[in-house]
Design a protein around this ligand. Structure first.
Ligand code: ZN
Length: 182
């Protein structure tokens, strides 16, 4: 028996956490009543980001259905049940918080939403790498049909230069904004 608890003059205040997810009841702000799993941590991370940045979220019940609306700061994301759904949720949030989300080129928006996801995830594991690669392959083939190959090629070069440190973010940003005009 713990004497300290019985000696309390006033009971501890219990206030509802604003981080409780209305859909699944997981508390992103405090502990849960069972051992916290990796998935709980991922779920709580996504919830905490949405609350911190006032992003409106809704849960997708259809697998593969996820979207983000940059202007209204809304995301529609899968329930966090695996590293994959966590990666997809972060990617959609990346469309709100990531760089270059006003670019007219969808490949630029998509790439930078993934970059945001990678940079902000608690971990980036092989299933998540594969998920990103599958998604990128799907929309890049769509994009190449509508965009001149030259633009895609220039973007590949710019991205390589940025990630290898040959150009800095400011120079990359400037050059990507010029691509919008092509
Ligand atoms: Zn996307």
């Amino acid at each position: 028996m713990n004497a300290t608890i019985h000696n309390l003059k006033t009971p501890p205040k219990v206030t509802a956490s604003k981080y409780i997810c209305p859909n699944c009841g997981v508390d992103a702000g405090k502990g849960v009543d069972r051992p916290i799993s990796r998935i709980d941590i991922m779920h709580r991370h996504v919830m905490a980001i949405c609350h911190k940045h006032d992003i409106t979220y809704s849960w997708s019940d259809r697998s593969g259905e996820a979207w983000a609306h940059h202007q209204s700061e809304q995301v529609h994301i899968p329930r966090i049940k695996s590293a994959i759904s966590y990666a997809i949720a972060l990617h959609e949030i990346g469309h709100i918080l990531g760089r270059h989300q006003n670019s007219r080129i969808s490949a630029v928006r998509e790439r930078w939403a993934w970059t945001w996801a990678r940079q902000n995830a608690i971990e980036w594991t092989l299933p998540m790498i594969n998920c990103e690669n599958r998604c990128r392959a799907a929309w890049e083939s769509d994009d190449r049909r509508s965009k001149p190959d030259r633009v895609m090629h220039l973007m590949d070069i710019l991205e390589r230069k940025l990630f290898s440190g040959k150009i800095d973010q400011a120079e990359y940003d400037l050059k990507v904004s010029r691509l919008d005009k092509i």
